[in-house]
Design a protein. Structure first.
Length: 327
């Protein structure tokens, strides 16, 4: 039997930005995302009495203790649940650039939650898997599900998990403009923590979220691509505004991010329903009709190269695969 588990990345349309509890990873607000087919992680876990410490190999390279930290949190919870004391060897392959604002921690830690619980013989519900993944990285709580998922913030470990919202089996897609796949200078974890602690704009962000979230849910229900885009774009811009007020201030935007945003506005002037969102990194994600992905991509080839433009459709939830790289 295979012990390889695949999880796809998700991109938030209503962002998670800030923790109410940094140890338990309880967020300040609910967030809502779309899981995508184009980017994913595959992971296998082996518990082995012969190991003296946990080991993480990412893309065949052994990772240091800093990288192991999130992984160890998830492994410890699984060991506790299953009554296992042995250390684990974790093998993982990212089909997504790592730490570049393309949500590798979401697919990476969700795949780990699935693979570790499988190796331990635990049969967990989606809700339990979501909680487990959350403890590794907040956004990973949502990658348990395909389509749209909402991470309900909760007030404790037991009450903070994601739920499916809509299977996204309609005309929606995302186009990624990859302006850089370098590792970011400020991790998501550090960036949100600094913002919560020091940015005077943070309260304004929080105050506007209920309206954005309820409007987004309605737009998804009505399969209204324009409204989904409008709300996602304004939500992302508000999130990014909070970082400029932090101390020390920072931004994830680069000149190429601005160029991508301008290209989106130009496409709107041509009559396309297309909007953007951005995460903790300089890359820009376009929200548009799935049926117009290729047409929009062709326009963008005037400003960006083939390899910078990646089309994505709604993707599946966590699942076991026969071997890494298989269909
Ligand atoms: P991203 O935008 O890629 O999610 P983050 O700063 O949130 O960036 O998280 C990146 C970190 O997530 C990496 O430095 C690493 O610690 C962890 N990570 C990414 N992929 C994996 C994986 N496949 N397995 C274990 N940990 C991973
Ligand atoms: C901007 O889930 O990567 O992408 O919980 O500290 O691991 P940790 O952070 P992470 O934060 C993601 C932030 C975001 C918005 C989002 O995905 O909702
Ligand atoms: Co992340």
């Amino acid at each position: 039997m295979s012990n390889w588990v695949r999880a796809h990345t998700n991109i938030a349309l209503i962002k998670y930005w800030g923790k109410a509890d940094e140890d338990l990873i309880l967020p300040m607000n609910n967030s809502l995302s779309l899981t995508l087919d184009a980017f994913y992680t595959e992971t296998s876990v082996t518990f082995d009495d012969a190991l003296r410490s946990d080991e993480l190999y990412l893309d065949d390279r052994m990772q240091d203790l800093a990288a192991l930290k999130k992984v160890k949190t998830v492994l410890d919870l699984v060991r506790e649940k299953a009554g296992i004391t042995s250390k684990a060897k974790v093998m993982s392959y990212n089909h997504v650039p790592t730490a570049a604002g393309l949500a590798s921690s979401a697919s990476g830690l969700a795949a780990l939650a699935g693979a570790a619980s499988l190796a331990a013989g635990l049969e967990l519900s989606s809700e339990e898997l979501s909680k487990l993944a959350r403890r590794g990285s907040g956004s990973a709580s949502r990658s348990i599900y395909g389509g749209f998922a909402e991470w309900q913030k909760g007030t404790s470990h037991e009450t903070s998990f994601a739920v499916p919202v809509d299977d996204a089996d309609w005309d929606i897609g995302m186009l990624f403009i990859v302006v850089s796949d370098n590792k970011k200078d400020v991790s998501s974890r550090e960036g949100m923590s600094r913002t919560v602690q020091t940015s005077p704009f943070y309260q304004g962000w929080l105050d506007s979220l209920d309206d954005d979230l309820s409007a987004m849910k309605l737009a998804i229900k009505e399969q209204d691509i324009h409204e989904v885009g409008v709300i996602a774009e304004r939500n992302a811009l508000k999130m990014h505004a909070t970082t400029l007020g932090a101390d020390p201030p920072f931004t994830y935007w680069s000149p190429d991010s601005m160029k991508a945003m301008e290209a989106v506005r130009a496409l709107r002037d041509k009559g396309y329903s297309v909007h953007f969102t951005m995460d903790a990194g300089p890359n820009v994600k376009l929200i548009c009709r799935q049926t117009q992905l290729e047409e929009i991509r062709t326009h963008l080839l005037n400003d960006f190269s083939e390899s910078q433009l990646i089309s994505a459709r709604p993707g599946p939830g966590l699942h076991v695969v026969s071997r890494p790289g298989s269909q």
